[in-house]
Design a protein around this ligand. Structure first.
Ligand code: HEC
Ligand code: HEC
Ligand code: HEC
Length: 212
């Protein structure tokens, strides 16, 4: 794995040829993963009493705001919990409180880490800005990830097991079925897969509803 902290470096140094192919085990794992997850992806907001999380007998069910009412006004997503959270925050649709204690120091960082992957997948762009709008440095450093580009051994296999990026993605952040949201940087000289006209490359659906 090679790691870059600027897009220009990545484009400069990449040769454009794929080094190696993903292992057959990983390919099978990914195929099964996508098959089991796609059915559960899209949908509508379930009322709290049917969501399998809240106790339907609890009195709170009548007091709590329903997800449908709270979320329908925010920038929509076609997957996960159907809100494009990064855009909702950027557009000022939500203004979460940054801290509870006045003394807490809020730290933000605008630094992209580009993780070049083995095999034919586009490289991964990890954006610090979007993450530190929501999270504190200690949520990731130095337990999940080292504070040095290239030091953590990140792999798709571990991510799919719910480690590394998979601790949040697929749980509280957009799901792992959205490959292209992470694998967003095509290698120089890489050919885009050719799909028949009218097929959305991200969802592989006819007239797919995927938006950039
Ligand atoms: C959501 C997880 C996450 C959060 C939150 C996060 N980082 Fe990182 N950070 C990463 C990852 C992933 C890497 C790359 C690690 C690797 O390649 O081994 C990284 C790398 C770094 C690096 C190394 C850059 C380099 O050039 O080598 C620094 C410095 C850093 N982070 C600082 C911060 C600071 C400061 C904050 C808080 C303002 C922060 N990070 C918040 C995930 C995170
Ligand atoms: C500690 C939790 C956490 C970890 C670990 C984490 N993320 Fe995220 N990530 C988030 C949250 C929260 C958001 C914003 C909500 C969303 O987009 O669903 C986000 C957003 C993103 C976005 C921006 C999406 C957009 O719409 O612009 C990308 C890209 C991303 N993550 C990639 C990664 C990658 C790659 C890793 C691993 C190297 C990673 N994340 C690890 C929590 C995390
Ligand atoms: C949350 C971000 C994220 C999502 C979503 C994601 N990946 Fe990855 N993927 C990564 C990271 C990070 C790596 C490790 C990069 C590296 O080698 O440093 C990786 C690596 C890979 C690799 C290289 C082999 C390996 O074991 O590391 C393949 C192949 C891959 N991903 C395929 C996929 C496919 C297919 C999907 C969609 C089903 C997907 N990824 C979704 C972040 C993501």
């Amino acid at each position: 794995m090679r790691v870059y902290t600027s897009l220009a470096d990545f484009l400069d140094r990449r040769t454009g040829t794929a080094r190696g192919v993903p292992s057959p085990g990983l390919v099978l794992f990914l195929a099964l993963f996508i098959l089991t997850k796609t059915s559960a992806m899209a949908g509508e907001w379930l009322p709290l009493k049917n969501d399998g999380i809240h106790d339907p007998r609890s009195r709170a069910i009548k007091i709590l705001q329903q997800p449908q009412e709270a979320l329908q006004r925010l920038t929509p997503d076609y997957t996960g919990n159907q809100v494009r959270w990064v855009q909702a925050l950027d557009k000022g649709e939500i203004k979460p409180r940054e801290k509870i204690f006045p003394t807490t120091k809020v730290e933000k960082l605008d630094l992209d880490i580009i993780l070049d992957v083995k095999g034919g997948m586009p490289a991964v762009r990890f954006p610090h800005r979007q993450h530190t709008e929501w999270l504190d440095c200690v949520n990731c450093h130095d337990t999940i990830f080292a504070r040095a580009a290239g030091a953590s051994k990140i792999s798709m296999y571990k991510i799919l097991q719910g480690e590394q990026c998979g601790i949040c993605h697929g749980a509280v952040a957009f799901p792992l079925t959205e490959c292209a949201r992470c694998h967003s940087i095509p290698r120089p000289g890489m050919k885009q897969p050719e799909l028949p006209a009218g097929i959305d490359p991200r969802t592989h659906q006819i007239g797919g509803q995927g938006k950039p």
